[in-house]
Ligand binder design. Structure first.
Ligand SMILES: C[S@@+](CC[C@H](N)C(=O)[O-])C[C@H]1O[C@@H](n2cnc3c(N)ncnc32)[C@H](O)[C@@H]1O
Length: 201
């Protein structure tokens, strides 16, 4: 791995240096323990995967396992998502962003801490390659309502938008840890998929 956080800034990542090839790259934002991404990486050797989470302990554990198992198409990086997208990821470079069950910060006074916003959506769009996808899910209806407002406000950026309840759009039967936990508790799960046009810039 030839990329590292340097004195408070994230240097731009060269995917070729990181993975040794030019395969498409998918990024999971707030990947937690990373099980979903590991499962996808095992099933898709022709795709590269980056999991980011701000919690160091998850990323350290996953990094050690990836190194032990010599998995070549997956990397875990401890990072704050907005800063990482702005500084480390180049425009038009990511084929799919996954963002599952971001912290909902339900208390009104904490809402500003939510990662998803209209601005964040624009940032995601700028980093997606043409034809790229953004997959997002939450169990928090209030957060989903806010997400839908952001989606409506940026609607002209997207070629297609799909929304479902209790029906995963992307990845078939592969689920994240929180997805399994919330589904077992019988919570409603809200999903959205945003597709960038093939001519998108
Ligand atoms: C509720 S957990 C969901 C984990 C995983 N996506 C899943 O579905 O099992 C939310 C995760 O997002 C991470 N997170 C929250 N804010 C973040 C941020 N600004 N940048 C990076 N990770 C963040 C948390 O550390 C946590 O691991």
């Amino acid at each position: 791995m030839s990329w590292a956080f340097v004195k408070g800034t994230y240097p731009p990542i060269s995917f070729r240096e990181l993975f040794g090839n030019d395969n498409p790259v998918e990024v999971e934002i707030g990947c937690g323990k990373g099980s979903f991404l590991v499962a996808r990486a095992e099933e898709n050797p022709g795709i590269n995967f980056i999991g980011i989470d701000r919690v160091a302990k998850y990323m350290k554990r996953r990094k050690m396992r990836v190194e032990r198992e010599e998995a070549r198409n997956i990397q875990f990086i401890q990072a704050e998502s907005r800063k990482f997208l702005e500084e480390a990821l180049r425009p038009l470079s990511v084929s799919v962003f996954h963002m599952y069950f971001p912290d909902p910060w339900p208390k009104r006074r904490h809402r500003a801490r939510r990662t998803f916003s209209e601005d964040f959506l624009k940032l995601i769009h700028s980093r997606l390659s043409p034809g790229g996808l953004f997959e997002v899910a939450t169990d928090d209806l209030d957060y989903f309502t806010e997400m839908k407002k952001g989606i409506a406000a940026t609607r002209e950026l997207w070629d297609n938008v799909r929304e479902t309840v209790n029906e995963r759009i992307f990845g078939g039967t592969m689920k994240t840890n929180y997805e399994i936990k919330w589904a077992a508790e019988g919570r409603a799960l809200y999903y959205a998929e945003l597709a960038k046009g093939t001519k998108g810039s």
